[in-house]
Design a protein around this ligand. Sequence first.
Ligand SMILES: *Cc1c(COP(=O)(O)O)cnc(C)c1O
Ligand SMILES: [Zn+2]
Length: 397
Amino acid sequence: MVDLVCYRCGETNPPGNGKRCPCGEPLWIDTDATGFSWEDATEANSMWRYDRLLPVESPGGIAGAAGGTPLVRAGRLDAYAGCRVHIKDETAHPTGSFKDRGSALGVAYVLREGRETVGTVSHGNMAMSTAAHAAAFDRRCVVLVPADIPAERLSIIAQYGPELVQVEGDYGRLYEETLDLGPEFGIAFVNSDTPLRVEGQKTTGLEICEAFAPGVPDAIVLPVSSGGHASGIWKALCELETAGVIDSVPPLYLVQAAACAPIAEAYDAGTEAVSRIHPEETIAYSIANPDPPSGTRALAAARETEGAVLAVTDGAIREAKSRLADRAGLCVEPASATALAGARKLVHEGEIDAPDDVVLVATGTGFKERGGSPDVSPTRVSLDGLTGALSAVADDR
Ligand SMILES: *Cc1c(COP(=O)(O)O)cnc(C)c1O
Ligand SMILES: [Zn+2]
């Protein structure tokens, strides 16, 4: 059994469902990082190279392939962003998003405990990822999706063969209810901010820091919704600081879509806790949680690391998505493009400087969606006209 601790009040293994502290905040796994150094990392080219800091070992298979994603220097984006751009390419995962890190750890744990069923509450990447990992290890997977899930996304989730349950009503309440119902029905719910998922997702932070060792990047910028990924990365930074592996903690900048920005609003208002908002529509559907379960923890992550939480408009997100494709060759979903839009805004506001090495976390692939560039009109020629068309291209150079 692992020990669980509250990041806020320090309570260890409090009574309850093992996911929330009596103070109301989410628990995370208590990892003893004392004495850790990069030398302890194994040869594995995956998140499991840090097994010294993880509560379970790799079960192999696709779970064993999670993490170890490329960190790409994208110099052609420097002028647009206004700083030196590095991209942590999470789109390289088996199911196209960083969620595979948390699913891999969750499934590994379920296997070790001899449990039969894993569950999640998601209408997107987390559902696909959890279902895929469960399928590969012959475990049942229950995915609770909202009533209004687009058919396209439902069909991507369904191909992995999970039990799909479409639930009407308040999605935020459903999330919290599963935390209690899971233990009752023997289902290990690995929701977006539960301890196992956060623990797996902390490896994004470990990989980024190892790539910059012995230094650290000047900033890490990522989209935030539930706050699970940001919590994990913050936890990694805390562990590395405890171990004395890094001597300064890079600031975490968390980006939301302006139409649904409960954490950014709390940050601007200077409040300690994040409260539920009434959202508008945004193209960044993967980060449109109006009532983030780890919002307050994400807010603490930004403040404690001396970063910030900010919001960007759908127009800025659209533009950033195009620049990631036509200047870095990366197809990301709109939610992920907020990182570039956010970095550009932070440079404009003087928070980030031109020579800074900034890591943008490209959280998920855009290949799951239809439509890349909206208005495309290629030159059309017959085979006879090909020489003419190619000579026009050559003259263009
Ligand atoms: C889940 C997700 C996020 C947000 O992560 P949280 O842990 O919910 O804050 C961002 N981008 C993509 C592509 C995602 O799938
Ligand atoms: Zn607490």
